[in-house]
Design a protein. Structure first.
Length: 423
């Protein structure tokens, strides 16, 4: 009898987590698909991972020459971590070790994302299943595995921080020194991997700080933690000051001289501006990002997750940074959170669809974007689409879908505002 009850309890537990287990398994398929593409034979020059691996080796050989590694545009702490871990192994073994860790980071990000959905009031498991499946599947997940990139680490860190913020807010806990130390230490390291996410850090730092209290003792403590952690993690800048100059030169160089021109996901396949045009567009788009960041910092009525969501939209359209395709999974994980407040969870059956048409359209658009293949794949199966006028729609497909998604969010916001006003 006890054995039967134990089996029943075991199956009930498995059933209760299926909505997380299934997306995690599906997520793993993208890792397997890439290995099948490689015939499980890892070349010696895998783009991106080779750069990370060599940067770790360079730290062990001569740290002062770190930025001689072609393609390394990150902070030294990232290379330092590789130097005491992944880069200690032979290349192929190191590749597989980090590949497995990438999957683990992704699954942990799924778990954190689920916790965020729960904390934001998404009670129905079917809804959480849909959200998780949409974000952690598709070409963006595949590309991270294909290049053995590091953006799952950034995604996990940011989701972890958002989850902690939501928990402390829900249970009205007081943020102490250890809380700030953990969050800001992790955030600073995330910036080492994704330097352009410095805007998210600024939004996070000044989210709860009023202008009149900007120099209060507790806020000065936060600034000191951020500065201290940046110095400690990137101590090589102190030992070799020239590295900082070379880092800044390289970081700005790739934004303008990148092989694909302006690194916007909806332009990278077909828009290759001249050098002068790249400079002008980089200045314009970066200015937009700075202004939007300042507006969100000054707005004290928005929650942190909403600020991250809104800034992700601005970043989506104006983030002229290299490897933009890799950060889209992170951006959409924040953007999709903006849809939650507009979901009607009270209905059942077909009424759920009827009452959530616009939110589901928004989710569907994100799903389509996630699974949208590159242009060369489209042309391979549908050569006719390379001809006029079809080619224009293919080139603009990302922009059209992303624009409609934003339009849906605007309509949802206006509709809710009007409903509140008329109530």
């Amino acid at each position: 009898m006890n054995l039967k009850m134990n089996k029943t309890n075991y199956f009930n537990k498995i059933k209760s987590i299926l909505y997380i287990l299934v997306p995690s398994i599906c997520f793993g398929f993208w890792a397997i698909i890439n290995l099948i593409r490689l015939n499980f034979v890892i070349p010696d020059n895998i783009q991106d991972f080779t750069v990370f691996y060599n940067s770790g080796k360079q730290i062990l050989i001569d740290p002062s020459q770190l930025y001689n590694i072609v393609g390394y545009f990150y902070l030294p702490s990232f290379a330092a971590l590789f130097s005491i871990s992944i880069s200690l192994f032979p290349f192929t073994i190191a590749y597989y070790i980090f590949y497995v860790f990438n999957y683990i980071f992704g699954v942990l990000a799924i778990i954190e994302f689920n916790k965020i959905l729960l904390l934001m009031g998404l009670r129905k498991k079917i809804f959480r299943f849909i959200f998780i499946m949409i974000i952690f599947n598709g070409y963006f997940a595949y590309y991270i595995f294909r290049f053995n990139q590091t953006k799952f680490i950034v995604c996990l860190i940011l989701l972890f921080i958002i989850r902690r913020e939501l928990q402390f807010k829900k249970y009205k806990k007081v943020k102490n020194f250890s809380y700030n130390l953990i969050n800001y230490s992790l955030f600073v390291f995330a910036i080492a991997i994704a330097p352009s996410f410095i805007f998210f850090l600024l939004i996070y730092i000044f989210h709860d700080i009023q202008m009149k209290s900007i120099f209060k003792k507790e806020n000065l403590q936060i600034y000191c933690i951020v500065i201290f952690m940046f110095i400690i993690q990137n101590f090589l800048f102190v030992i070799y000051p020239s590295l900082l100059v070379r880092y800044l030169d390289g970081f700005s160089y790739i934004h303008i001289h990148g092989s694909h021109g302006i690194q916007l996901f909806y332009l990278r396949e077909w828009f290759f501006p001249s050098y002068d045009e790249r400079i002008i567009l980089s200045i314009i788009f970066t200015t937009i990002l700075i202004i939007s960041c300042l507006i969100l910092i000054l707005n004290k009525n928005l929650t942190l997750e909403k600020k991250f969501g809104y800034f992700s939209i601005f970043y989506l359209f104006t983030g002229v940074y290299s490897y933009q395709i890799f950060v889209l999974l992170i951006l959409f994980s924040f953007i999709v959170l903006l849809i939650i407040p507009y979901l009607n969870q009270e209905e059942k059956g077909i009424d759920i669809l009827k009452k959530n048409i616009l939110p589901f359209i928004g989710l569907l658009l994100i799903l389509i974007i996630n699974f949208m293949p590159p242009d060369f794949v489209i042309y391979e199966f549908f050569p006719i689409l390379q001809t006029i006028p079809f080619v224009f729609f293919v080139n603009l497909r990302w922009l059209i879908l992303a624009s409609i998604m934003v339009l849906v969010l605007i309509i949802l916001h206006l509709k809710k505002h009007m409903d509140i006003k008329s109530a």
